[in-house]
Design a protein around this ligand. Sequence first.
Ligand code: NDP
Ligand code: OXD
Length: 307
Amino acid sequence: MSFVYNADPERGREWQRLFAQRAPDIDFRLWPDIGSAEEVRYLGTWAPVEDLARFPNLEVVFSLGAGVDQFDLGSIPSHVPLVRMQESGIVATMQEYVAMAVLALHRNLVDYIAQQRSETWQALRVRPASQCRVGILGLGQLGAAVAQHLTGLGFACQGWSRTRRQLEDVACFAGGDELPRFLSTSQVLVCLMPLTAETRGILNAKLFTQLPRGASLINVGRGLHLVAADLLAALDSGQLSAAVLDVFDPEPPPVDHPLWHHPSVLITPHIASMTQPESAIERVLDNIARHREGREMVGVVDRQRGY
Ligand code: NDP
Ligand code: OXD
């Protein structure tokens, strides 16, 4: 019985060491050294793997990331569940990144970077975090944890999801009807939704006009949530003041893309958070145990919803 790992080889070697310690009965294989195809029960992968039919005894596909939009759900046999990554390391690193981005925007880092370049010494008004309202699109594993972390830093937080959530000290909005009210008071908007047919292009001109003038945007969801031309227009008109972007489509964006050089945009190369092998292995081994015992696994993708 084997687990085939198909993602970043450096972290793959960490997974290999952890599997040898924690689950020596499972033959851990690093792609492309898959061994006997009949032995493959579990596939852990970031990217879709073609022709899954070559693994006749495959039982579970584990996405090594939280997002699953890269998979063609129709190409995974219906009896093989796709499980997305829900683990404490990916959550903690996302909390750090969004805190960094919100603090950078709240404390005018974009302006001070420009000031430093022009040797300008000019203090801007400082306000406490409690006067800054952060709105989070998506209140799942990551959005909810980010909201709670930002609340701990003193920010006023609110979130929006498809179905209603309840979180301490976080105003929760749900569904299309409540979106305009949520947006109208979100001074910093964070996108932490999965990419689905419903959310594709959601960060567009219509949405930007519903934010308070001068609001800022953090996109850590997926590149295709954002209509880049609409963001550029909103920045240039002053409707938005700044953006922190971690995800693009394609990645990296083309060399001549105007976002690279926009003075109000900070870019990072899709590193907002990362699955951490030491904590992720707990989740994967627990899910394997659940699967063997016929119990429900944590993070099974609902193929109907697409996440
Ligand atoms: P979850 O599935 O746990 O949460 C998704 C949230 O989005 C839920 O609250 C869900 O609502 C909400 N949502 C989904 N569709 C809609 C919709 N149509 N309208 C309103 N709300 C919607 O996902 P995670 O929190 O684990 O991850 C979110 C995304 O973050 C990933 O899919 C991935 O794209 C991105 N990501 C980015 C990383 C990076 O490094 N940049 C790293 C990891 C993830 P409901 O609660 O009602 O289901
Ligand atoms: C993820 C990601 O989905 O890193 O986990 O983007």
